[in-house]
Structures are given as C-alpha cells and as structure tokens.
Design a protein around this ligand. Structure first.
Ligand SMILES: [Zn+2]
Length: 156
C-alpha cells in the first residue's frame, strides 16, 4: 500500500507523509532521534514498509537472530493483520553514556476490531549507519485512548 505524500502521515504526527516519515522510508535520510525512529517504524507497519522495519532493527535485536525470512514473515503479518490507529509518545530520552535512547509510547492497534493496543518502553541504538530499534518491553493496554496520567519511564 503506497501512501501519497500529501496524505496524513500514518504515525499520526499531524504532518503530511511526504514531510514526515516518507523520506525515512525511501532512505533519503536517517532518523535523528528516538521519536523519529519510532514514528517512522509505526508508519512502516501501517503501510507495509517491511524492508524499512528490517533495516531499522538493530543487529542485536532478538528478531535479527532468527532466520531473515521468518522475521520478514512475522513483520508482514503484523503489518497486514493489524490496523494502526494512532501513536502517542509519552516520554523520550537523550542518549545515555552507552548511546542508548529510550522512548515510552502508546501504540493504538486493532486486530479484526479487537483493541490490542499496547504501551512500550523501547530502546534505540546507533549502529554506525543510523539509529536502530534495539529492544522493547510492552504492556497490553486495550481500550486505552490516551496514556494514563503519571505514566513515565519511572512508573512504567
Ligand atoms: Zn510520520
């Protein structure tokens, strides 16, 4: 599913796709910080940009240790079987002394009408070429339309 540049970006930033995640998906530039990376990955799931999801998986991420075709299949399934309804970023961090950036967010996702939204605390690390998704810890958050008050890195 190709998205038009003038359509709203599926990461729900409120910007047009061509001015938001599209330049990242086509490789014109690399994400510069955690929020850009997580937004562009969310939009990539929504649009079926599987190559981008693979490219932005850090080589130390567990899914990179599996055979590539299996990970591609799992990414394709997650992309095609789910509806991506919105992303709310709660908190992001600057790189720590190991270069790891963190982000906490609510991903609103539906499977066949069922709300399978989740909260995730994700870690990102530069691999020499760009910022990549290193690891994530999730909590189910069905029927959550906004992050709970007081949610932070410390309370997650
Ligand atoms: Zn976007």
């Amino acid at each position: 599913m190709a998205a038009s540049k003038s359509a709203p970006c599926p990461c729900t930033s409120g910007k047009a796709y061509g001015a938001c995640c599209q330049p990242l998906h086509v490789g014109e530039r690399e994400p510069e910080h955690a929020e850009e990376l997580l937004r562009s990955r969310y939009a990539a799931f929504a649009l079926g940009e599987i190559e981008y999801l693979w490219k932005t998986l850090h080589e130390d991420h567990p899914d990179r240790q599996k055979p590539m075709d299996r990970t591609f299949m799992a990414l394709r399934l997650a992309s095609s079987s789910l509806k991506y309804r919105g992303l709310v970023v709660v908190e992001t961090s600057k790189p720590d002394r190991d270069g790891v950036e963190r982000a906490l967010y609510l991903a609103r996702v539906f499977r066949s009408g069922e709300d399978v939204s989740f909260l995730e605390l994700a870690e990102f690390l530069h691999d020499g070429k760009g910022l990549r998704y290193l690891a994530g810890r999730t909590k189910d958050a069905p029927n959550m339309t906004a992050p709970p008050a007081g949610l932070s890195f410390e309370t997650f």
